[in-house]
Design a protein around this ligand. Structure first.
Ligand SMILES: [Zn+2]
Length: 173
């Protein structure tokens, strides 16, 4: 039985993988393809959007941690850059058009089976659209940065990004 983070079958040909020592330690190996199969990171991108001193959060409509809040984010599709994915996810989940202002943080560590291994979070500003929750979100709203005003958060990455955003604001302690 493979470790839960390891693959059981070759993603190229479907053959059962075995362990073989390569590049310093045991790795998953496909005997049919005659090559080591590396697990690839799942990458997500999202935005922290500030408006009138408040930050935009969405409530998860589906899946794990449904009903809890996080910033607009989702997986980076093939053929898409992380900033493009972040802008698209914000449009899909909140109805707001944003443009990327700067990089806020890169957060590593998968939090659940269907989660991302790396989350890239940008500062973004609103350039258009109307606030309307959709897609993976059933609510979208702005919250003051003060911790007591925030709704229950979905992920460790949400907390990390919000802490960083608070610390980066003018007048932060
Ligand atoms: Zn194979």
């Amino acid at each position: 039985m493979a470790h839960p983070t390891e693959l059981n079958y070759c993603p190229n040909c479907g053959h059962a993988l075995e362990n073989r020592k390569a590049f310093g330690h045991a790795r998953r190996f496909c005997p049919a393809c005659d090559r080591v199969v590396f697990r690839e990171h799942k990458v997500a991108a999202g935005v922290l959007v500030e408006h009138e001193g408040k930050v935009l959060l969405v409530r998860r409509r589906m899946g794990l941690r449904r009903g809890l809040w996080t910033f607009p984010a989702g997986f980076v599709d093939f053929g898409e850059s992380p900033p493009q994915a972040a802008v698209r996810e914000c449009r899909e989940e909140t109805g707001l058009e944003v443009e990327i202002a700067s990089l806020l943080d890169v957060i590593a560590g998968r939090e659940h089976e269907r989660g991302a291994d790396i989350v890239i979070v940008y500062h973004a500003r609103i350039v258009g659209g109307e606030l309307l929750a959709a897609d993976d979100a059933d609510r979208a709203a702005f919250f003051a940065p003060n911790g007591t005003d925030l709704p229950p958060l979905a992920f460790r990455a949400t907390q990390i990004a919000l802490d960083k955003w608070r610390d980066s604001r003018p007048g932060a302690n």
